[in-house]
Design a protein around this ligand. Structure first.
Ligand SMILES: Cc1ncc(COP(=O)(O)O)c(C=O)c1O
Ligand SMILES: N[C@@H](CCOP(=O)(O)O)C(=O)O
Length: 477
C-alpha cells in the first residue's frame, strides 16, 4: 500500500515513511493511493474479534510495510481494559469502545475511556507505541509539533511522555479551553513535554504547525513530526472504531448504520468516510457542528468559507471551535475524483479569497456521498444534556450533546444511529452544571488535578517564535 499527497507533489511513500512525516512536503495530506476493500465475507469473519484483534486486522490493511506480528503486538499492548478504564461506572471496559444503547435503535459509541477522557486516546495511545517502534528501527528521533483545541494536546502528551527519542511541543489557544483541559496539559512536568499557549485560536496554532512543517530545511534539521490528524496514522486508527461499532450494532452484513459525529477538524468523521469507502455499510454520516459552523454551511451550500480567529467564537463545546478543517482536504480530494490539480486550484483560491464554491459535478458528488450536517447553539447543547440525563440517566459532555442533537434532526427513521462520544463530562464541569444543576463525577485519579502546579509558556501566534523555541529546546541537535 502506497500513499500519495492530496496535492500530487511528492513521490508515493509507505506507511512507516508517512507516519514520521505528518504533513506531505508539498503542503498536502497523505492518503492511500487506493482504499483497501473489506468484503462482506471479511466483515462476517471479523464478528467476535476482540478490539485489539480487529485493530490488528484493520491496521494491517493500511500498514503493508509492517509485519503483522509487530502490528498485533502494538495493538494487543495498546487496546487493553487497563488503558481504557477511565469512563463511567458500570461500563464494559473489556470492549474498549462499547456501544451503549439509549433506545433500541439509538446508541452512543463510548470512545472516552482512555487516560485523558477523550476520543483522541483511541488513536493516540497506539501512535505513542508506533512512533517508538518506527523510530527505533530507523535509529532516529522526533520533535512533535502539534496544535490542540483542548483534547489532542493532552492525549498526545500522555501518550508520548517519557518515551525515548520523542519531544512534544504543543500549541494551545490561550484562554480558550476548559479549566480541566488546561490542567491536564499544563500540570505535566515531564522533561520531553513543552506546552506553549498561543495568543489566538486553534486555527492560528494549526497554521503555525503547517508553516513550520512547510519550512522543509527546518523540518528536516529538527526532525519535525505530527500527532494531529494531518498524520494519516491517526485517521487509520480512528477507522477501527467505526468497524467495531458497526459490528456491535448489526447481525447481518447487509445492514446499514448511521453515524453522527461531533466535528471540528473533520478527522473523526473522515475516518467514518474512509470506513465507508472500504465497504462498511454506512447509511449516513452526520456532521455535527457548534456555532462555528463552517462545515454545516458547506454541506448545505457547497461553499467552503473559512473564518479568521476574530470570527471563530469561543463556545461551550470549545474543542470544536475550529474554522479551518484540515482533513476536509482529504474528503475534497475524493469528491474531485482524486484530482490533485483541482485540489491545488481550490486551496489556492481558499488562500486568496478565504472561500471556494464547488462546481455542479462536485456538488452532486457531495450530495451522493451520504453526508448531512446540523449545527447546535449553547441553548441546544444545554437542553440536550438535560434531556438525555432526565430521560436515560446518561450524562454526556457538550460535544457529544451536539452530536446527539444533530442525530435527532438528521437521522433516517428505522436505521440504527450511533452518536460518537468524544469526551467525558468531567472535562466540562461548568457547562454540565449549567445544564443539569450538578457537577459531573470526576474519574478516579483526577480528583486533585486542578490543584496541581502548572507549567506553560505564553507567546504571540508567530511561527518564527515557535521555531526559535523549538530550535533552542531540540536536545538531539
Ligand atoms: C471533544 C471533541 N469533540 C469533537 C472534536 C472534533 O473532532 P474532529 O476535529 O476530528 O472533527 C474534537 C476535536 O477534534 C474534540 O476534542
Ligand atoms: N479538537 C482537537 C483539535 C485538533 O484535532 P486533530 O484531530 O487534528 O488533532 C483538539 O482537541 O485538540
Amino acid at each position: 500500500m502506497q500513499y500519495v499527497s492530496t496535492r500530487g507533489g511528492v513521490p508515493a511513500a509507505s506507511y512507516s515513511e508517512i507516519v514520521l512525516q505528518g504533513l506531505a512536503r508539498d503542503g498536502g495530506l497523505f492518503v492511500p493511493k487506493v482504499y483497501p476493500q473489506v468484503s462482506k465475507e471479511t466483515l462476517k469473519n471479523w464478528r467476535g474479534l476482540s478490539y485489539a484483534q480487529l485493530a490488528t486486522a484493520v491496521t494491517s490493511l493500511f500498514a503493508k510495510d509492517m509485519q503483522r506480528s509487530d502490528i498485533a503486538r502494538l495493538c494487543e499492548t495498546t487496546y487493553t481494559p487497563e488503558v481504557y478504564c477511565h469512563g463511567r461506572e458500570g461500563t464494559d471496559f473489556k470492549k474498549i469502545a462499547p456501544v451503549v444503547w439509549l433506545e433500541n435503535d439509538f446508541g452512543i459509541l463510548e470512545l472516552s475511556n482512555g487516560p485523558t477522557l477523550a476520543f483522541k486516546d483511541m488513536a493516540m495511545q497506539y501512535l505513542g507505541s508506533l512512533f517508538e517502534f518506527v523510530l527505533a528501527r530507523k535509529e532516529t528521533r522526533l520533535n512533535i509539533l502539534g496544535a490542540t483545541s483542548g483534547d489532542t494536546g493532552s492525549a498526545a502528551e500522555y501518550a508520548m511522555k517519557g518515551r525515548e527519542g520523542i519531544q512534544v511541543f504543543m500549541l494551545s489557544p490561550a484562554g480558550r479551553m476548559s479549566k480541566f483541559q488546561k490542567a491536564q496539559m499544563y500540570s505535566l512536568q515531564d522533561k520531553n513535554i513543552f506546552n506553549i499557549a498561543v495568543q489566538g485560536s486553534f486555527d492560528d496554532a494549526q497554521d503555525i504547525v503547517k508553516a513550520v512543517s512547510g519550512d522543509l530545511t527546518f523540518k528536516t534539521e529538527h526532525h519535525i513530526g505530527a500527532v494531529n490528524s494531518i498524520n494519516w496514522a491517526r485517521i487509520a486508527a480512528q477507522v477501527i472504531y467505526y468497524f467495531s461499532a458497526w459490528l456491535q450494532a448489526t447481525e447481518s452484513e447487509d445492514e446499514e448504520v448511521t453515524f453522527s459525529v461531533p466535528s471540528g477538524n473533520f478527522g473523526d468523521v473522515l475516518a467514518g468516510w474512509i470506513a465507508k469507502q472500504m465497504g462498511l455499510p454506512v447509511a449516513r454520516l452526520i456532521v455535527a457542528t457548534n456555532e462555528n459552523d463552517v462545515l454545516y454551511e458547506f454541506f448545505r451550500s457547497g461553499r467552503y468559507r473559512i473564518r479568521d480567529s476574530a470570527h471563530t467564537f469561543v463556545t461551550s463545546s470549545p474543542s470544536m471551535d475550529i474554522s479551518k478543517a484540515s482533513n476536509f482536504e482529504r474528503y475534497i480530494y475524493d469528491i474531485t475524483g482524486r484530482n490533485p490539480e483541482r485540489v491545488v486550484e481550490l486551496w489556492t483560491e481558499l488562500a486568496q479569497k478565504k472561500e471556494f464554491l464547488l462546481n455542479a459535478e462536485e456538488w452532486a458528488a457531495v450530495k451522493a456521498s451520504g453526508f448531512t450536517a446540523s449545527r447546535s447553539t449553547h441553548a441546544d447543547r444545554l437542553a440536550c444534556i438535560k434531556r438525555v440525563w432526565d430521560q436515560y440517566g446518561f450524562l454526556v459532555d457538550p460535544h457529544t450533546a451536539d452530536g446527539i442533537n444533530a442525530a435527532v434532526k438528521e437521522r433516517i427513521p428505522g436505521v440504527k444511529t450511533i452518536c460518537l462520544e468524544t469526551a467525558l463530562p468531567a472535562k466540562f464541569a461548568a457547562t454540565i452544571k449549567e445544564a443539569v444543576g450538578f457537577e459531573p463525577p470526576v474519574p478516579a485519579g483526577y480528583e486533585d488535578l486542578l490543584e496541581k502546579p502548572q507549567k506553560v509558556l505564553e507567546m504571540p501566534a508567530d511561527a518564527q517564535l515557535v521555531k526559535n523555541f523549538l530550535a533552542e529546546h531540540d536536545v538531539g541537535k
